[in-house]
Design a protein around this ligand. Structure first.
Ligand code: NAD
Length: 457
């Protein structure tokens, strides 16, 4: 299968095998066999291997970043950050592992120890928008806790994950970390069905997540689901909309060209502030330079693949046909080669109704609808009127008011005057409703990949 560069669609960046069901079964067997010895290694041994693997990956950071930009499209700075965070995750988990693995004693009436053991082969299925980081967030804790892993990276964007695996696998015994490529309907479904796979960590769309849940039910696998989102931002009448706030909002809308599960995808703004917000966001969008992610001037790259490009441009067309206002901001870095890539200018949509597709669906592109409200309780009800519940944000000068509204917003995490990621890689609050199933805690995902069993004395 060819993997092409979204900034120049005729350029083939690399090729990967289209694995068959039989290929995948062979890989599962290798992981299953390796589990017998890997599961009996000590936490200290696994931690030291992870630290060494992190060092190897760090030394390849520049080449990995370039490859990632060429297959994914995001600007160099964003791509480098994804890989940096993957490396930091390995270091953090390696440092935490010895303490995490110590048994805990509950002894109110009798001594009971909570002990931890790995579960078995874990499948990690990841999407194309952050294929390295979103694979590492699952595979690192799974390997660290003594499981063996089969990763299925997204078909549009598998090369950088494969290259990372090529660099780190020599640090582990054969069969501990495996990668299989190919179509989700073949590779992903085989992993979700196979009885030897004891856990499945999926990040991707809600629709695919539902299918995997159905298949995983056959052998009652442990499932970890991080799914789609349609995050609302509520801008209250007293919001501080200074330059920093508008920059943070712009970044939350347009990072990775809006192809982020936790991007702001709808803005509800108090009617007294709509004109000001539109003007300021418009100016901020105008400073965005759209082009090939490899060029240092680029601040927003192309969309990743043709199917996403057709979906996003189709939504823009639909908005225009309905008579909505769609601004087109930003600057084209290289107008002469614009048509060779999957580029879309950043846009604001005005005049949309709550039932329009641009409000109800996950656009996953560089455009955002801005919707006025009169009363805060009405804004909360409209924000919650969605199958999704990933993240939300409240923009107001009053922290206590942000907290009151956060209690009523149906989301896995609510941000105040920001809409972003947690800087601390230990912390994760996945989505609720149809945005996800799992809860992670202080130990990142470590608890999720182990079976905790009791030993009573
Ligand atoms: P997708 O669901 O189409 O694909 C995700 C992965 O599943 C890919 O590797 C794909 O090949 C595989 N797959 C496809 N069909 C399958 C099947 N029938 N069985 C098993 N595996 C299958 O998602 P995508 O288009 O790659 O990514 C975009 C979606 O991911 C968006 O909805 C976005 O919100 C979501 N996402 C969520 C998070 C989160 O943390 N909640 C993070 C990133 C992306």
């Amino acid at each position: 299968m060819n993997v092409t560069n979204p900034a120049r669609c005729s350029e083939v960046v690399g090729q990967v095998p289209l694995c068959s069901e039989a290929d995948v079964e062979q890989v599962i067997e290798a992981a299953h066999a390796a589990f017998k010895t890997w599961s009996r290694t000590t936490a200290e041994d696994r931690a030291s291997r992870l630290s060494e693997a992190a060092r190897s990956l760090r030394s390849a950071l520049p080449e990995l970043t370039t490859l990632f930009v060429r297959e994914n499209g995001k600007p160099l700075r964003e791509a480098e950050r994804d890989i940096q965070r993957s490396i930091e995750l390995m270091e953090i988990i390696a440092a935490d592992l010895p303490e995490w693995s110590r048994p805990a004693l509950f002894d109110k009436h009798q001594p009971v120890w909570a002990r931890k053991r790995p579960r078995g082969v874990t499948a990690v299925i990841s999407p194309w928008n952050s294929p390295v980081l979103l694979s590492f967030k699952r595979l690192v804790p799974a390997i660290a806790t003594g499981n063996t892993v089969v990763v299925k990276p997204a078909s549009y964007c598998p090369l950088s994950m494969m290259e990372c695996a090529r660099i780190i696998t020599p640090h582990f015994p054969a069969g501990v970390l495996n990668v299989v490529t190919g179509h989700g309907s073949v590779v992903g479904e085989t992993l979700a069905k196979d009885e030897r796979v004891r856990a499945i960590a999926f990040t991707g769309s809600t629709e695919t997540g539902r299918r995997i849940l159905e298949l995983a039910a056959g052998s009652v696998k442990k499932v970890f689901m991080e799914l789609g989102g349609n995050d609302p931002a509520l801008v209250l009448a007293d919001a501080v909309l200074d330059e920093q706030a508008v920059n943070r909002m712009t970044n939350s809308i347009l990072r990775a060209s809006g192809q982020v599960c936790i991007a702001i995808k709808r803005i509800y703004v108090h009617e007294s502030r709509i004109q000001e917000l539109v003007e300021k966001l418009d100016r901020s969008f105008d400073r965005i330079v759209v082009g090939d992610g490899l060029m240092p001037e680029t601040t927003m790259g192309p969309l990743n693949n043709k199917s996403q490009f057709d979906f996003v441009t189709g939504l823009i067309e639909q908005c225009r046909r309905k008579g909505l206002t769609v601004t087109a901001g930003g600057q084209k870095l290289a107008p002469e080669t614009w048509d060779q890539g999957l580029f879309v200018l950043p846009s604001i949509v005005l005049g949309a109704g709550d039932q329009d597709d641009i409000v109800r669906c996950e656009q996953f592109g560089p455009l955002v609808p801005i919707l006025p409200f009169q009363e805060e309780h009405e804004a909360i009800a409209r924000a919650n009127d969605s199958e999704y519940g990933l993240r939300a944000s409240v923009w107001t000068a009053r922290t206590e008011r942000a907290l009151e509204l956060a209690d009523r917003l149906e989301a896995g995490a609510v941000f105040h005057n920001n809409h972003g990621i947690f800087q601390d890689l230990h912390i994760e609050f996945p989505g609720i409703k149809q945005s996800g199933l799992s809860r992670e805690s202080r130990w990142g995902a470590l608890d999720h990949y182990a079976d905790i069993y009791g030993f009573a004395g």
